[in-house]
Design a binder for this molecule. Structure first.
Ligand code: NAD
Length: 289
């Protein structure tokens, strides 16, 4: 491989653990090379203990910025000089930009998901959606959907120890946007059926459908799926969960989580470089990984 790294080359990085499985270095380095941008992207094994120093290094090394993944997204909030509206409402940062030493925390997971809907020609602005799950991925999507103008979001989660906190969090997001957001018990499948009937989109934002739960589905009664309902999953391994398969068999437009993964990276890339990521070049890397 031709060496193009010089004394001018800038660094972008991913701080997370575990990290070695990540496709982000391949995505960003391919995009940098395709556009002739003098930068490299490296993955660093950083957990909560080393996060503060790693974030300091963004300033000290005059880095382009960084991505964060688990377990650092929430803890990073307190280290930022500024937060985007989405990162503030979500309470988590997955992208940091460096403006001459001023670090701004963004969250591009939700924008990634919203953009992925364009790939299946689905528009949910001004409409209602139903989401199963209320963890990190779900919260990012809920906030971005609310900021983008989705009218109503009904969220279904199992009644676990986090349920009351989730309820408060969703009320806060609802109070700070123009979107009506309510939380319901996932066990209440009759209520879920009613909400799905009035929704344009049903989304699984839980890990149900991927290993070790790959044979399971987050809903049991698939008669609630109709051809004009879009059905999405945040999971991308497997490419088609049982949930998506059952929805596709009932005629729904379906989409897995690959688009969310791709476009959250594209949004970070754009913030660092001011340039659009060359999606047609990067997409096969993600699809074939
Ligand atoms: P999380 O731990 O923050 O939240 C998990 C959610 O799933 C919670 O609401 C939990 O109550 C629910 N849940 C877990 N097990 C369940 C079960 N057996 N039955 C019902 N509900 C259950 O996790 P997260 O970070 O939000 O990740 C959730 C999924 O999203 C994972 O599969 C992850 O791989 C995927 N993800 C995808 C992308 C992407 O870019 N496509 C990005 C982030 C996360």
């Amino acid at each position: 491989m031709e060496n193009k790294i010089t004394g001018h080359t800038r660094l972008a990085a991913l701080f997370a653990t575990p990290i070695r499985h990540s496709v982000s270095p391949m995505i960003h380095n391919t995009a940098f090379q395709a556009l002739g941008i003098d930068a490299v992207y490296l993955a660093f094994e950083v957990g909560t203990q080393g996060l503060s120093q790693a974030i300091d290094s963004i300033r000290n090394l005059e880095m382009l910025g960084a991505n964060l993944s688990m377990p650092n997204k929430i803890l990073a909030v307190e280290h930022m000089d500024e937060l985007s509206e989405a990162a503030r409402l979500i309470g988590a940062v997955n992208t940091i930009t460096n403006d001459n030493g001023k670090l701004t925390g963004h969250n591009t997971d939700g924008t990634g998901f919203m953009r992925s809907l364009e790939d299946i020609d689905v528009n949910i602005i001004g409409k209602k959606m139903t989401i199963i799950g209320a963890g990190g991925a779900a919260t990012a999507i809920i906030v971005q959907a609310a900021l983008d103008g989705v009218k109503e979001i009904t969220v279904y989660n199992r009644k676990d120890d986090f349920y009351d906190n989730i309820k408060k969090k969703l009320a806060y997001i609802s109070d700070n946007t123009d979107c009506i957001i309510t939380l319901h018990d996932l066990a209440d499948q009759n209520e879920l059926a009613k909400d799905v009937a009035g929704s344009a989109l049903l989304l699984n934002a839980t890990g149900v459908g991927m290993k070790p739960l790959e044979t399971q589905t987050p809903i049991q009664d698939f008669s609630i799926i109709r051809p004009d309902l879009a059905v999405c999953d945040v999971i991308y391994t497997p490419r088609e969960t049982e949930f998506l398969k059952q929805a596709r068999l009932r005629g729904a437009k379906t989409n897995n989580g690959l688009g969310m993964l791709l476009y959250q990276g594209a949004a970070a890339f754009e913030k660092w470089t001011g340039k659009e990521m060359p999606i047609e070049i990067v997409k096969p890397i993600i699809e074939n990984n």
